[in-house]
Design a binder for this molecule. Sequence first.
Ligand SMILES: Cc1cc2nc3c(=O)[nH]c(=O)nc-3n(C[C@H](O)[C@H](O)[C@H](O)COP(=O)(O)O)c2cc1C
Ligand code: SF4
Length: 415
Amino acid sequence: MIEGRGTATGDPLPASAATRLLAASAAEGGDVRSIAPDELIARVERSGLRGRGGAGYPLAKKLAAVRAAVPASGREPLVVVNAYDADPDSPLSQTLIERTLLLVAKGAMIAAVAVGAREAIIYMHPRAEAARRALEKELGMIEGSLGGVLISIAVGPGGFMGGEESALMNLLESKRAMARQRPPYPAENGVQARPTLIASAETVAWLPQIVARGARADAKLVSVTGAVARPGVYEVPLGTTLGGIVDEAGGATGELKGLHVGGPTGGILAAVRADVKLDFDTLKAAGTHMGSAQVRAIPAGVCIVNEAARLFAYLAKENCAICVPCRVGTKRVQGILESAYSGLGRESDLAWLDELGTHMERFSLCGFGITAPSILRTTMREFADEYRAHIVERRCPTNTCSPVRSRRYETMTQP
Ligand SMILES: Cc1cc2nc3c(=O)[nH]c(=O)nc-3n(C[C@H](O)[C@H](O)[C@H](O)COP(=O)(O)O)c2cc1C
Ligand code: SF4
């Protein structure tokens, strides 16, 4: 947990008319085995379903890739449902399982039928114990088998990297939660070299209604946290503005400074950008990303440089340390930002931060390090005055920073 962050209540509130997933029924989807796998995949393609785990990759393409990889691989395909909720403040999978229990399992079964797998694993975070027990009980009642697919539950290690798909594959092979080089992608060479479909719980939960009645996947679960009246998990139409999402959660509790979108590696937009729409491409164009779909309302009195330092301290602790750009980059950015708000900044720090961000984006091995610089990019762009005040004028405009360093963070390689 990142200290001091607003937490979702875990008590999902009724959303607007857009509620499509939280109200869905696992009974939908009927006898999936009577539908040819190619037709199943075609229906998913028509629904426009993009992966809800953060990157928005079309599910139909993944299903087709796993299916195509099976003959050459000679191994049994596998489905892994990522219900891990790496971001502690965005318990979307947990909410889905608590609210609809078998919907995720039914989605996993449909995905398994589409790729020709006989086995699916639902991978959860240790903190979601109650949801896991409830699901285990329900699966026990059907002897773990749904539509002829054996469904089991695996529990990850805790920690942010446990949700990244290649680290997750390592964990399922009893290895440490470190990322793997890709290619090969999981579709060709996944868990125990089996063609593996890895899809988020929210993604597969769409499948019953897509298969049954051609639903369009046009809503998204979000976790609204921070300075809002009713923090919690909501379902909103894709394309809802960030301001609309804050309103859905009862509105801001005071003047806002920024909107932090996408969880720990997500960018922070100035509050005046509340008209930015929540969809995969618009968020990317705005410099952030869907990520964990957390929308955090940051109140006016918060220091953004301090906030960015705090996020990088978390990322420096949580990265898997296997690649240098991220392991060293997160630590350096943390050190530079801490120096800046301790009154030890130098103007050249701005160029140094920029350069470190570029290295991380270009050379990191996984999405963690590739996306983390969005915190820097957005805050340096949208709150440039705050950076200059700390670094050049050596003052905090919100008067909230206390020094944490007595000496500057320096290295041999800084500009
Ligand atoms: C650090 C990190 C943490 C992640 N955590 C999760 C997670 O908790 N749940 C999830 O579904 N995807 C998570 N992802 C994304 C997965 O790597 C993967 O892309 C996703 O599970 C694929 O499912 P989708 O295609 O349905 O989005 C994470 C990625 C990164 C880089
Ligand atoms: S980018 Fe970070 S989290 Fe990803 S492999 Fe490299 S060190 Fe690990």
